[in-house]
Write a protein that binds this ligand. Structure first.
Ligand SMILES: [Fe+2]
Ligand SMILES: [Fe+2]
Length: 166
């Protein structure tokens, strides 16, 4: 299995997109089904964002100054997704705003993931060697079991908060 940081993050993105499709497929089904899928979306995003905030973003910011602006924008996008995840986490699946809020979350995340994959991950791949990307990926794999899985966990919010407020 590859430990390349970009490969690992893209695998997460693929799973997140799969969950988004599952949510759309559940549009006409019971609210409980949508609630369950949104729970999975929130967990996947919480883990993924944590690994990017803790390892990938600070490391890339140091090593590839050219993508500084992309990373600053990405922190802001993470922050927006964090807020929506927190609100959805506290909301009943049969709330009249549940589907709308999930839709806005998905639109924001898809936009963000596309910018990562199309705009700045390729610049990172060009700037760094394979070994560096594998080292960063290994650090994310090591940290993954300790990542928060719910948006109310204090460490889920800390890095994005620091990046935005500090
Ligand atoms: Fe991200
Ligand atoms: Fe990502």
């Amino acid at each position: 299995m590859s430990t390349d940081a970009i490969v690992l993050l893209k695998e997460d993105h693929k799973e997140i997109r799969r969950l988004f499709t599952a949510f759309q497929d559940a549009e006409d089904g019971p609210a409980s089904r949508r609630g369950k899928i949104v729970g999975q979306i929130i967990e996947a995003l919480t883990v993924h964002t944590y690994l990017e905030n803790e390892v990938m973003y600070p490391e890339i910011r140091k090593l590839v100054p050219d993508v500084e602006d992309d990373i600053l924008e990405s922190y802001e996008e993470h922050h927006v997704a964090d807020v929506l995840c927190l609100e959805l986490h506290a909301m009943d699946a049969d709330d009249e705003r549940f589907v709308a809020k999930t839709t806005v979350l998905m639109e924001n995340v898809l936009h963000h993931v596309e910018e990562e994959e199309q705009e700045w991950f390729p610049k990172v791949r060009d700037a760094l060697g394979r070994n560096q990307l594998q080292e960063i990926g290994q650090r994310m794999l090591d940290l993954r079991p300790k990542a928060p899985t719910t948006p109310t966990a204090p460490k889920a919010l800390k890095k994005a908060h620091d990046a935005v407020v500090a």
